[in-house]
Ligand binder design. Structure first.
Ligand code: NAP
Ligand code: MG
Length: 403
């Protein structure tokens, strides 16, 4: 079989530890034998980030803007322990944070569903994708503890004119206050990312806040979503046969539990923080969760939702066998290759990506899986394999599908 050609390069962001090992295995076993892989390579491994004063992260984000699609390996976000371990010049910021700030994007997380691993909510037969607004609210708050006798006010000045509102008069007791903000342009960009992703994946979009209580703050979110939907997306949604649906956050939570999945749930920053962990846990495994950063102008960066699986890496370094799940990292590659194929009109590339996903799912449903899934799977014929053996088993099934 002639290798599949790629017109436009994919931005490849390499990473750290066990996922860096898996990254190379995926390329060697499942990609380069079939594709004339055209990537622009950026090494986001911590050593190289340190050598380049983190410039490589910025460069990789700019390349993503230029080409439109990237695939990223998990990376270490340094803490004090990593400063010593890697002899770092500085405690470099999280690459994901840096990339997200440059692309101004929203992260969408979707579980990969396989037979034999039943979600804790058994009615969730289709994936629920969570989109979390990644700016503002309590994450950029200003707060104070105040003493008895304080009067707390909200003051806003513009052109020398003051607007004041009493928050609370702490005449008889001390207490606490908090100032939150969000920005119209950030909310609008979040809304557009969500509407675009819904169109892209042909799924309904749900959004919820607490506008009945927060009549200005949360209501602003609701209004911006509604306005952008009316003016820019209503017809496109109708043509795609999908729906945008707004409700109160408590109603949304109740509906989510009763649902079968198969939609995107857009969440304000705090709701997304909490609900994404709940949804991910209910589906069973972080190693089966994909993640894509989508910018409002339609740039995509695919990755796995988990980290660098450090504990497995140290075992690997000692020469011990590992059984690390490569599925989310593999799906980052297939997501990116499929999107690249779509944008370039390269059907062969998109078809290959879809077959590779199907081969990975079939492998697990045939009972061949890594240790994390082995512990969860209800299949009777299940067998635990090591990191590399799993990818080779996927290759066997892929070759059958490509015949
Ligand atoms: P982690 O790498 O996600 O691993 C946490 C634990 O979850 C592992 O020890 C492992 O459990 C299990 N696990 C996660 N992925 C797995 C997989 N693919 N296969 C099998 N088991 C898996 O999180 P962490 O240990 O908190 O963080 C490690 C490093 O990753 C940190 O330096 C952090 O900064 C970085 N990180 C990066 C990203 C990113 O780049 N997007 C995200 C999160 C964390 P057992 O050890 O019990 O088997
Ligand atoms: Mg959290």
């Amino acid at each position: 079989m002639a290798k599949i050609q790629m017109k436009t390069p994919l931005v490849e962001m390499d990473g750290d530890e066990m996922t860096r090992i898996i990254w190379q295995m995926i390329k060697d076993i499942l990609l380069t034998p079939y594709i004339d892989l055209n990537t622009e390579y950026y090494d986001l491994g911590l050593e190289h980030r340190n050598e380049t004063d983190d410039q490589v992260t910025v460069d990789s984000a700019n390349a993503t803007k230029k080409y439109g699609v990237a695939v990223k390996c998990a990376t270490i976000t340094p803490n004090a322990a990593r400063m010593d371990e890697y002899d770092l010049k500085e405690m470099w910021k999280s690459p994901n944070g840096t990339i997200r700030a440059i692309l101004d994007g929203t992260v969408f997380r979707t579980p990969i569903i396989v037979k034999g691993i039943t979600p804790y909510i058994p009615t969730w037969t289709k994936p629920i994708t969570i989109a979390r607004h990644a700016y503002g609210d309590v994450y950029k708050n200003v707060e104070m503890q105040v003493e008895k006798g304080s009067k707390c006010e909200l003051v806003c000045t513009k052109d020398g004119v003051e607007k004041r509102e009493t928050i609370f008069d702490f005449a008889s007791t001390g207490g606490i206050i908090q100032g939150l903000h969000n920005k119209d342009d950030s909310i609008a960009s979040f809304a557009r990312c969500c509407f675009n992703f819904a169109l892209d994946t042909k799924q309904d979009l749900w959004f919820a806040s607490k506008d009945t209580i927060s009549k200005k703050y949360d209501h602003r979110f609701k209004d911006i979503f509604a306005e952008i939907f009316e003016n820019e997306y209503k017809d496109k949604f109708a043509a795609a046969g999908i729906e945008y649906f707004y409700t109160l956050i408590d109603d949304a939570v109740a509906r989510v539990i009763r649902s079968n999945g198969g939609y995107i749930w857009a969440c304000k920053n705090y709701d997304g923080d909490v609900m994404s962990d709940m949804v991910a846990t209910a589906y069973g495994s972080l190693a089966m969760m994909t993640s894509v950063l989508v910018s409002p102008d339609g740039v995509y960066e695919y990755e796995a939702a988990h980290g660098t699986v450090q504990r497995h890496y140290y075992k690997h370094l000692k020469g011990e066998e590992t059984s690390t799940n490569s599925v989310a990292t593999l799906f980052a590659w297939t997501g990116a290759l499929n999107k690249r194929g779509e944008l370039d009109g390269n059907k062969e590339l998109s078809d290959f990506a879809k077959k590779l996903e199907a081969a990975a799912i079939k492998t697990i449903e045939d009972g061949v899986m890594t240790g994390d899934l082995y512990a969860l799977s209800t299949l009777e014929n299940k067998k635990k394999v090591n990191t590399e053996a799993f990818l080779k088993e996927v290759k066997v099934r892929l070759d059958m599908m490509l015949k």
